[in-house]
Design a protein around this ligand. Structure first.
Ligand SMILES: Nc1ncnc2c1ncn2[C@@H]1O[C@H](COP(=O)(O)OP(=O)(O)O)[C@@H](O)[C@H]1O
Ligand SMILES: O=P(O)(O)O[C@H]1O[C@H](CO)[C@@H](O[C@H]2O[C@H](CO)[C@@H](O)[C@H](O)[C@H]2O)[C@H](O)[C@H]1O
Length: 457
């Protein structure tokens, strides 16, 4: 096997061709011009070899750091062939190679500039093998035994990652709706201690909200004569509990990290950001042009709708795929903000209504995604609306029971909430255009309904 330094320099040369095929690579829409190694650290010098590598990826207008786990072994098993970069392979799918990561955290170890540590008072079980979770995500998560999940952040931003910061803050105030942070990995990037990984308990019995909600929609669609409140798979009680959980997380984030009250000129700044996002999405998705005037008017209306706006730490990219139903209740995961947003936006304070709007959008998605590609059917479309309205209302009812005083019932801020929902739908138009063009009709038809038909609760 080559020396680790030779391995890394050879492998970096293969990365411009390999990176764009990775789900977690954020720059798939632009060519990779160059990849430069920033730092490499040998974590296990054996067979398999495990090297932690940070690289800088250059694309047209940006240079962004990423982390990789690089492996090498005498014989590469068949199941790792797709991870081959040459020389060496990306090792996150190699259970033999990644096993030391948990032990390094448990041992509060330091290797070169990498710091592996447990959270205060945490004792970890060691010697467990890891498997990567198979869902397509923005980062890479490894499950150790059935006990722990380690998320390795792929695109790095110098400084602490908001996912870890918010989990720590919520845990410190006893929040029941998160998986407790158990440990972390920190490295050095641009001279700053930077979060590379976060360890949490793996909740093996959890089902995500999207799977539950879409099962409920399917149940309703299958019943010709029953209403949403009459079918066995009714989701409203869960939507209510979920609203309660999100409201409690917002209150806990406020208690732990505080809030700010912004005056009218800052509210105007929030709305200006919505207009700028619309400008950007209009250039890449011309279909959105049909709704431009109505969208701009809805955003402008929000400027005068409230005297001030409360901002605090929030989730930032809340949707049904970011919540897990366990036997004891709902957990929120992944407090990193929108994957495509700039780092400043992901750590910034925002209105809690932005998260509420994200979840309301998700109910709308769950209701309408089954209709994608189907011939128009008014009966099914009416049922989708019925499901969406019922569950959005139940969510808001649950949220209002525990929300911070400054927000209360989200429906009491109808104009601002509508603007946040439309802003999220504009984001989704860009997301679907880039990732799932066949689903572009989902956010576009919501925008049509909300703006043209005024259909909004
Ligand atoms: N504590 C946990 N227990 C069980 N599964 C989890 C846990 N945390 C995350 N997951 C699963 O891992 C997936 C990816 O986690 P997430 O934090 O959303 O990562 P990413 O930033 O890559 O999107 C989730 O969709 C969920 O299925
Ligand atoms: O989970 P991520 O942080 O990677 O979020 C991105 O991908 C989501 C899709 O997986 C996307 O969510 C959109 O589709 C969901 C259904 O698949 C729906 O529930 C959401 O409401 C909708 O926004 C999310 O926008 C994107 O950031």
């Amino acid at each position: 096997m080559p020396e680790p330094s030779e391995l890394v320099s050879g492998l970096v040369a293969g990365l411009p061709g390999w990176l764009p095929n990775q789900r977690w690579f954020a720059g798939k829409d632009r060519p990779v011009l160059a990849v430069r190694p920033l730092r490499s650290t040998v974590l296990h010098d054996g067979d398999p070899l495990l090297v932690h590598v940070m690289v800088e990826v250059e694309q047209q207008d940006r240079r962004e750091p990423y982390q990789l786990l690089v492996g090498d072994r005498h014989e590469l098993p068949d199941h790792l062939r797709s991870s081959w970069i040459g020389p060496g392979y990306e090792a996150s799918a190699d259970s033999d190679a990644t096993a030391p990561l948990l032990d390094l955290i448990a041992g509060n170890s330091r290797v070169d500039t990498l710091v592996f540590e447990t959270e205060p008072g945490v004792q970890l079980e060691t010697g467990l093998r890891a498997r990567p979770i198979t869902s397509e995500q923005s980062n890479t998560s490894l499950v150790f035994g059935h006990q722990y999940i380690l998320k390795l952040f792929r695109r790095l931003t110098p400084g602490p990652n908001p996912d870890l910061v918010r989990h720590r803050a919520l845990h410190a105030v006893g929040c029941e709706h998160i998986a407790e942070p158990l440990g972390s990995i920190t490295g050095e990037l641009a001279g700053q201690p930077t979060t590379l990984g976060m360890l949490q308990p793996f909740v093996a019995d959890a089902v995500d909200g999207w799977a539950m909600a879409t099962t409920s929609v399917r149940d309703l669609m299958a019943e010709a004569d029953l209403h949403a409140d009459e079918v066995g798979g009714d989701f409203a009680a869960e939507a209510h509990r979920l609203g309660h959980a999100v409201g409690a997380v917002h209150s806990d984030l406020d208690r732990a990290l505080g809030h700010e009250q912004l005056g009218p000129e800052r509210l105007a700044g929030v709305v200006a950001a919505m207009q700028r996002r619309l400008d950007a999405v209009l250039t890449s998705v011309p279909e959105l042009g049909a709704y431009e005037a109505e969208l701009r008017a809805a955003f402008d209306k929000a400027v005068d709708a409230e005297e001030s706006i409360t901002v605090q730490h929030v989730h930032g990219d809340l949707h049904l795929g970011q919540v897990l139903r366990t036997v004891s209740g709902w957990l929120l995961i992944d407090f990193e903000g929108e994957p495509a947003a700039p780092a400043e936006d992901r750590v910034a304070l925002h209105s809690p209504l932005r998260d509420v709007a994200g979840m309301l959008r998700s109910f709308d998605y769950a209701a309408h995604q089954l209709l994608v590609g189907q011939p128009e059917d008014h009966q099914l479309a009416r049922r989708a609306m019925e499901w969406s309205r019922r569950n959005r209302d139940a969510f808001c009812d649950g949220y209002a029971e525990v929300a911070t005083r400054s927000v209360g019932d989200p429906r009491g801020h109808a104009t601002l909430l509508r603007a946040f929902e439309l802003d999220k739908a504009v984001y989704e138009v860009a997301y679907e255009h880039a990732n799932r063009p066949e689903w572009l009709t989902v956010p576009l038809s919501s925008i049509a309904r909300i703006t043209t038909e005024g259909d909004h609760q």
